[in-house]
Design a binder for this molecule. Structure first.
Ligand code: SF4
Length: 279
């Protein structure tokens, strides 16, 4: 059996091979036997084809896992070795806008966690699909919930000033949150809500592939680093998030209450700019 023949997806221009989306690989890679995995991938590909996709990206890690664990048993003549892509090209996504649109479609009218009840809008995230910097906060506030856009209140204005001080326009960067629906009374998102929503954010990061991520505030820093350390100790140091440099800093809402710490955030921003200069 060969997936490259069986699947109804056109060949991609630069690799001349069918490619699959990270999510399909990921789902197929967990607790599935080969036929279940293929069924799952076919289902996803039909979904994307229905949306008008002609090619889909592949993530190197997911691909390796899939090939290693399920589909590369040459002795069984699966034929799946056709799906191999070079390391250089793995991770490249030809049409990020379309893939992000598909991800938004997959989220739909999401009811996956209890934040769905109180929200007005899902705040997906916005900005440049090819952004060098991605800013990640914790969740939408009141104004963001109304406008369905991230960081549009007073904290958003301060973030925009930081972005401009760093030499960018707001539309040059990508801005998102750990959870996409407003927690009631602006409380912190809870662990089950973060667990339900953060996989979408991780996919956004996979698609955008920024040069650097700047996380804003405790929740974002702790979620992305997997640490419980206080933000005052996490900030200012570089971490790795799925191969992307991550610089935690304070949340702009905190800086509005504690303007003396703006200088520390600026020092963090300078380190981010340094990182971007490096090849
Ligand atoms: S916060 Fe995320 S997981 Fe929860 S309902 Fe909103 S979009 Fe769905």
């Amino acid at each position: 059996m060969s997936i490259s023949i069986a699947l109804p997806v056109r060949k991609n221009d630069y690799e001349n091979k069918p490619v699959l989306f990270y999510n399909d690989m990921y789902r197929a890679n967990i607790n599935m036997n080969k036929s279940e995995a293929i069924k799952e991938i076919k289902k996803s590909l039909k979904f994307y084809q229905g949306l008008g996709f002609t090619h889909l990206p592949v993530h190197k890690t997911a691909l390796e896992g899939l090939l290693d664990n399920i589909l590369t048993d040459k002795k069984k003549k699966t034929g799946i070795t056709d799906l191999r892509v070079s390391e250089k090209k793995a991770g490249y996504i030809a049409d990020k806008q379309a893939v992000l649109k598909a991800l938004r479609g997959e989220i739909g009218d999401c009811q996956r966690c209890k934040l769905a009840k109180g929200r007005k809008n899902i705040v997906f995230g916005e900005g440049n699909y090819d952004a060098k910097i991605m800013f990640i906060g914790e969740g939408p506030g009141r104004e963001e919930d109304i406008q369905a856009r991230p960081f549009v209140g007073d904290a958003g204005k301060l973030l925009t000033r930081l972005i401009e001080k760093m030499g960018f326009k707001r539309e040059d960067v990508y801005i998102a949150n750990i959870v996409k629906c407003r927690p009631p009374n602006n409380r912190d998102p809870e662990e089950d809500e973060i667990a339900a929503c953060s996989p979408f954010l991780k996919q956004q990061v996979e698609i955008i592939l920024p040069g650097v991520i700047m996380s804003l505030g405790r929740i974002s820093a702790q979620t992305l680093t997997g640490s419980k350390i206080a933000i005052s100790r996490l900030r200012g140091r570089s971490y790795d998030f799925n191969g992307i440099p991550l610089m935690p800093t304070f949340h702009p809402a905190y800086l509005l209450r504690n303007p003396k710490d703006k200088q520390l955030t600026w020092e963090d921003a300078l380190k981010v700019l340094e990182k971007l200069k490096k090849p």
